[in-house]
Ligand binder design. Structure first.
Ligand code: SAH
Ligand code: SF4
Length: 370
């Protein structure tokens, strides 16, 4: 069997290879030292692979041929398969990935004036069962590995034209990031480390539905915190977000306050406007009061409809009235622009329907000989 490379059948070396994109610096160093290699080689490999995006070991010209061969046997550089890429009329791009066994997730790339934001998925499906969320309708099927999270970023950024760079990352795709903390925080370490992808921690945001005991992990990671508030009291919030029964509103807000104190940062309060459920003027006033009690800014997100949800998007008049009331009261508030609606890439619309082929990866230049 071994030595034959066909579906479901792998060579011995493939079976024992380490998934490179799952590793941090210390782990790669340990793996190398354990095989009698010099520790500093780990830094060299990270520089080639993350810094230069050279993924063919034979092009890593400061490594000997023998070492190149050994690394090809030790390290697996396979990225998650990009199944489709769809482009919205507003420039938003939605990518569908196969994470193995046809388990599909999506990432969304959102351009705006001064930034290019990639919205990452952390899980296939989600167990939090928020009533208004399309992902929540699909029970948790799998938690992604750090390598599969980093892989979404690499697959997308490798396809960008030379002049474009992803500037911001948000864990607002499919899944609840704090339900998969090991992989999410490991990926954040890879994203922000200088040996990794070297993105500023302050440009990485973790959005949670409110797994209160794990919020300190966001603080410790240095990433920014967003919380899906969505209800201004326990009654409404428990009705639309079952997690509120476990960690009610006041506990969530207290955890946010602690995060703000320790990170010296603000938290983003995400608030989905559901017609007749969360969109009254009194709700806006209560939301203002809550926003005053935590260093925060509010993002209002008009509900994006999906079949069978049982909820509706308020009309523009009601959305504007809600927004205006918050502004009148002096709340720091932004209405989140609905991006990619025509390709079902807007918040809470992430579906998994392959219907366009991805573009080929951009070519990378090998680093000069050192
Ligand atoms: N699980 C995390 C992150 C993914 S959801 C969380 O819940 O925070 C990202 C955001 O999309 C959340 O703020 C959620 O409230 C919002 N959302 C989910 N479904 C939506 C829908 N149909 N319309 C608008 N926003 C939605
Ligand atoms: Fe899960 Fe977030 Fe959707 Fe709730 S809103 S079901 S936590 S992905």
């Amino acid at each position: 069997m071994f030595g034959v490379r066909s579906k479901g059948c792998y060579t011995l070396s493939q079976m024992s290879r380490l998934s490179f994109y799952n590793l941090n610096l210390q782990e790669l160093e340990q793996a190398l030292v354990g095989r009698g290699k010099e520790k500093f080689r780990a830094q060299q490999l990270f520089r080639w692979i993350y810094g230069q995006r050279v993924t063919d070991f034979s092009q890593m010209t400061n490594l000997s041929k023998v070492f190149q061969g050994e690394m090809a046997e030790l390290l697996d550089l396979t990225l998650p398969e990009m199944v489709t890429e769809r482009i919205s009329s507003d420039g938003t791009r939605k990518y569908l990935f196969n994470m193995g066994d046809s388990q599909l997730v999506e990432s969304v790339l959102i351009p705006s004036d001064d930034r290019l934001t990639l919205c990452l998925s952390s899980e296939v499906g989600c167990n939090m069962a928020c009533q208004f969320c399309y992902t929540g309708k699909q029970k948790l099927k799998r938690r992604l590995t750090a390598g599969q999270i980093v892989g979404q970023f690499l697959q997308v950024s490798d396809r960008l034209p030379e002049a474009q760079r992803i500037t911001n990352l948000v864990f607002m795709g499919m899944g609840e990031p704090l339900d998969n903390p090991e992989a999410v925080f490991r990926s954040i370490e890879i994203f922000h480390s200088t040996w990794g992808l070297n993105l500023s921690r302050k440009r990485i945001t973790v959005s949670t539905s409110g797994i209160v005991p794990l919020i300190p992990l966001v603080t410790a990671s240095g990433a920014r915190l967003a919380v899906s508030l969505n209800g201004v009291n326990d009654e409404v919030r428990s009705q639309i977000m079952p997690i509120n029964k476990k960690w009610p509103l006041e506990e969530l807000l207290e955890a946010c306050r602690v995060h703000c104190r320790e990170s010296k940062d603000k938290v983003t309060l995400e608030y989905v406007l559901l017609k007749g459920v969360t969109d009254s003027i009194q709700d806006a006033r209560d939301l203002h009061r809550i926003a005053q009690s935590v260093p925060s800014k509010v993002n209002i997100i008009p509900f994006n409809e999906h079949p069978g949800s049982g909820f509706h998007r308020p009309d523009e008049k009601a959305i504007n009235a809600f927004h205006n009331e918050l502004m009148r009261l002096g709340t720091h508030v932004l209405r989140r622009k609905t991006m990619g609606r025509d390709i079902l890439a807007a918040c809470g619309q992430l579906a998994t329907n392959p219907d366009a082929r991805p573009r080929p990866r951009a070519k990378t230049q090998p680093e000069a000989t050192l």
